[in-house]
Structures are given as C-alpha cells and as structure tokens.
Write a protein that binds this ligand. Structure first.
Ligand code: SF4
Length: 328
C-alpha cells in the first residue's frame, strides 16, 4: 500500500503485532501493508539513483540497539556517549549525508521494538550516566507525526536522571515542544545552514528562517538548545553565506539562552565516502578532493581551519559566554 511519503509500506511478520507497529500504521492510515520475512529483503535491495521512490519498513532490530559514538562525533564532554539506530535513514535528502554511504537506498526502516533499546539503556544507566544521540541515523523530529519516538525519548530522559538525550534536527516544526515533558536532560540540537547550502545540498529541508523559528519554539518551551553549525560546507561563496547566516541567527535568537554551540567542517569516514563517490559521480560536495586523515576524509587543513576559525570568531564576538565545541 502506498502513502503520500512512501511508495510502499512493509511490515516484518514478527513486528506485526507490536504496539508501535499498530500505532504507526494507524497514523499512516495504512490498513493493508505488505508483510515480509526480514527488513533486509527490501531495505538492502534498492540502489540509490535507481529510483526516486522510497518505501517504509517496520521491523525488529536484530543487531545492537546502542552503539558507542564514533571519534568524529562530538561528545560534548560526556564520557559515556552512545547513539541509537532506532530508525535507519532520513526523510530529508542531504547530498553529503553519511547515510548515503552507509545504506544501500532511500528506504526508511523503523525499528518498532524501541522498548528493547530503552531496556538496554536502563541497564547501562545503572553503571554510569549515559548520553545518547537518539536522532543519529535519521531526523526523529521530522518523523514525529509517524513514529512519536521523539516524545518517547523525551519521556525516557525525563524519568531517568542518569540518562541524557540529544535530538539532532533540521526540522522546522514548532508545535511539538509545548507537549513534551521538559527536562534539562533533553537537548534539541538544531543544525543551521545558510540558505545557499540548504538549497543546494540539503534537499527537502526547511530554510534557515523556518529552522530559527523551531529553535525559538524549543527555547520558549524550556528545553536546552544546541546550535550546530556543522557540517560547514565549502563552496565559492562560503564566507559571505556563513557570515550572513550568523548575522541572521544572532539577530533572531538570544544566544545567551542557548546551552552551547557546535562547529565543524564536513568530514566523513573513508569507506562511506568511497561508496558515495561511486554512486554520485557528478556531486560537487561528494567529489571534492578531500584529504584522508586517520580513516576520515576532510577538507585540507588550510580550508577547514579557515572556515572553522571564521565562524568561531563571529560567534564568540557576539556572545563570548556561550560554550563552543568543535569536533577535534
Ligand atoms: S537531516 Fe541529517 S540525517 Fe537527514 S539526510 Fe540530512 S544530514 Fe542526513
């Protein structure tokens, strides 16, 4: 059965009776999904570029529910830093996204056994405070009307004082924050990009102004907010575009209310970039001559230092008291 967002909706037979599965199908008004034996029967089959279509798969996660964070991800001073792959793939289509090198196609797979993730997390938090990036392989805010997972993660952190959650997003929804339990342990992290970057490289995402409105909605509801100028993308007009963006952000958001800021130029694991280069021979951002250091492709040092120093200076001049993190 198709849906406005998806060509087909598939359900793994063993996930069919999960409360989450039933809820998601109801939200999608899908009465007759196609049943399959394993999510990989669909998810692993398509190749990017073969079709613009996208299917949704509801399944159980046969692998790990929590992974330790990769070195190129920022841990923001948290010693025990994990991420959760409760949803694989994203409704947005950023050209540079590592998911394009990680997954074979555009299909989205939602693991409906999220309670297993929470059970694992409860075991971990008995040992130490845990910091989880819940929106690592997707944008949960953008999928909230389908999954409700952003709300579930918020409740989880609200009820467990040793669990902190980061929800990274480019979503412009302003209506979700006021209905969530507010906690200092739930950080909404907004990726902000100049419109020139959003238009060229972040297909399907809202523009800067709309993202800023969402930032202010989360702040108004009382959540800690992180502003992420990461990944910065190099292009001919980068300096002017990023400067104008910082002017707009600082004119519209009271930076003193922000928990912290993250900055970082684009970097990606060598294997993901190699996969992406084969799939997208004409992409400017994927085919850029990055340098490989320690298994990660990144801009040459001169370029990345110039970009990161520029944005760091603009931000610290405007608001020296807000902590700024970078990924190194
Ligand atoms: S919003 Fe994030 S997860 Fe989604 S496609 Fe863009 S970079 Fe990837």
């Amino acid at each position: 059965m198709s849906h406005a967002l998806f060509d087909n909706i598939y359900v793994e037979k063993n996930a069919a009776s999960d409360a989450e599965t039933v809820r998601i199908l109801e939200r999608l008004a899908c009465k007759e999904p196609e049943y399959i034996g394993h999510y990989k029967d669909v998810f692993d089959m398509k190749k990017v570029g073969a079709s613009d279509g996208r299917s949704l798969i509801l399944a159980h996660n046969p692998g790990k529910h929590l992974y330790e964070g990769a070195p190129v991800c920022q841990s923001f001073g948290n010693e025990h830093f994990y991420y959760s792959p409760s949803v694989m793939n994203c409704i947005y289509d950023c050209e540079y996204c590592f998911l394009k090198g990680m997954y074979p196609g555009r299909d989205i797979c939602i693991f409906t056994d999220i309670k297993e993730t929470f059970a694992e997390l409860e075991e971990l938090e008995k040992q130490f405070p845990v910091y989880v990036c819940a929106s690592y392989n997707t944008d949960l805010n953008a999928l909230e009307s389908i999954t409700g997972f952003a709300s579930e993660w918020c409740r989880m952190a609200y009820e467990h004082e040793n669990i902190s959650v980061e929800l990274r997003t480019k979503c412009s929804r302003t209506d979700i924050y006021e209905n969530l339990p507010v906690s200092s342990r739930v950080i909404f992290a907004f990726t902000l990009s100049p419109d020139a970057v959003a238009d060229r490289f972040e297909k399907g995402t809202p523009g800067l102004e709309a993202r800023i409105e969402a930032v202010n909605a989360a702040l108004k509801a009382g959540f800690p907010v992180r502003l992420c100028f990461d990944p910065m993308i190099y292009f001919r007009e980068w300096e002017r575009s990023y400067t104008e963006m910082i002017e707009k952000v600082t004119a519209s958001v009271n930076l003193k209310d922000v928990k912290d800021i993250s900055i970082g130029s684009f970097r990606i694991s060598d294997q993901y970039l190699k996969n992406m280069r084969k799939k997208y021979p004409d992409s400017e951002v994927i085919q850029y001559p990055y340098v490989c250091e320690g298994g990660y492709y990144q801009y040459p040092e001169k370029v990345r230092t110039r970009m990161e120093d520029h944005i760091r200076k603009l931000l610290s001049d405007k608001c020296p008291e807000v902590p700024i993190y970078d990924w190194k």
